[in-house]
Design a protein around this ligand. Structure first.
Ligand SMILES: C[S@@+](CC[C@H](N)C(=O)[O-])C[C@H]1O[C@@H](n2cnc3c(N)ncnc32)[C@H](O)[C@@H]1O
Length: 354
């Protein structure tokens, strides 16, 4: 690779960049000498599909570029990339929650039946997954927006709504900690079944849920309860005992299952305690297969359990984790058949009058 080729490549890059306009936040592009030094390394970047015809082509293909006021080349830090750095999003995109959700559909329907849905009610389903509650809400005539941080689940939800011809149900990407894309008081009802509880910054989450609910509207949350002896709380407890300690300052999602925390968080969002109701309710996890098969589904597709297995494998403890989960799932199975699974799990049902 001689210097002339490098100059030509760099000139081509600069010309390409000048043609492009970008309004987003930007990240520095290398100077010419950095470009030349790194050219070989860039040309083998593994995330590029196929072999680029030249380093310039490869870099240009990655997105829009521009020259900043100091003459340095920059490229946009697209929102997609920014979100890829969000560990909360990475956790839920790592697995495929649709595989767990398939066993929760019946409970989703049952829950929605209790919500008094009327035609045209504006509903936000927050942390909606692939629509276990959003679709039944829409089937009852509500105008439903599902918001979820995981792009694979947003896509799956939109596909399910399309397949079922529910034009009053759509899904989009968003973070329950910051719903800046949604207007104040836009919804009559905000539902979040085991969704918003997983978002960071719980006080912000409560504020955002209250902000987007119209005065007089409702918020309904389902939250797993720490220390509860039933399925999901125990899966999360066992999984965390095999996982590395969380980063400092991490607030466990399970804290949303403690009455006093829920009250404190909604009080922080301006809701008096008298307008918050807290009751125990049940979801059922079903599978047309034995409990061990459901353990395998969690192992392969449920982010928190996947992480626990990864950590356990490093310590040669994956067998122990599998064993503990199989004992748990088998002992909680209420199906009369050994070849089928039906496991109830208790949750805290929170209803807030906004
Ligand atoms: C246990 S699943 C429940 C999904 C769905 N509500 C259901 O009942 O099937 C948790 C969901 O919360 C979503 N989630 C996690 N953190 C979130 C956040 N910060 N903002 C929005 N959604 C989030 C996950 O992507 C996932 O879909």
């Amino acid at each position: 690779m001689d210097g002339d080729d490098g100059d030509a490549d760099y000139d081509e890059l600069v010309i390409h960049c000048r043609r492009l306009v970008c309004n987003s936040a930007t990240r520095d592009l290398p100077t010419q000498s950095e470009f030349l030094q790194n050219r070989l390394r860039w040309s083998t970047r593994s995330y590029m599909a196929g072999t680029p015809s030249s380093p310039v082509q490869m870099i240009a293909d990655q997105g829009k570029w521009l020259m900043n006021r100091t003459g340095r080349m920059q490229r946009p830090l697209a929102s997609k990339e920014a979100l890829q750095m969000n560990p909360n999003q990475a956790l839920w995109e790592k697995g495929d929650f649709t595989r767990i959700a398939e066993g929760m559909r019946e409970s989703g329907e049952t829950l929605v039946e209790t919500l008094g849905i009327t035609k045209g009610l504006k509903v936000l389903d927050l942390g909606c997954g692939d629509g276990t509650t959003a679709l039944p809400l829409a089937k009852r005539g509500a105008d439903v927006l599902g918001v979820d941080i995981a792009r694979n689940l947003v896509e799956a939800g939109n596909k399910r709504a399309k397949d079922q011809r529910l034009i009053n149900c759509r899904f989009q990407e968003g973070d329950a900690s910051n719903l800046h894309e949604l207007e104040d008081h836009a919804f009559d009802l905000v539902v979040s079944m085991f969704g918003a509880m997983f978002a960071p910054k719980p006080f912000d989450v409560a504020k955002e849920m209250v902000r987007v609910t119209r005065p007089g509207g409702r918020i309904v949350m389902g939250n797993w309860i720490p220390g509860d002896p039933t399925l999901v709380a125990q899966i999360l407890k066992i999984s965390s005992s095999y996982s590395p300690p969380p980063p400092e300052g991490f607030i466990s999602p399970m804290m949303w299952g403690v009455d006093s925390n829920v009250i404190e968080r909604f009080e922080g969002a301006g809701i008096p305690k008298e307008r918050i109701s807290l009751v125990r309710d049940t979801y059922i996890f079903n599978l047309a297969g034995p409990p061990s098969e459901l353990v395998n589904i969690f192992r392969k597709y449920y982010g928190p359990t996947m992480n626990a297995f990864e950590a356990a494998e490093k310590n040669d403890r994956a067998g122990d984790l599998q064993g503990e989960l199989e004992v748990l799932f088998n002992s909680h199975n209420k199906s009369p058949s050994k070849d089928a699974t039906s496991i109830p799990a208790t949750f805290l049902r929170v209803t807030v009058r906004a």
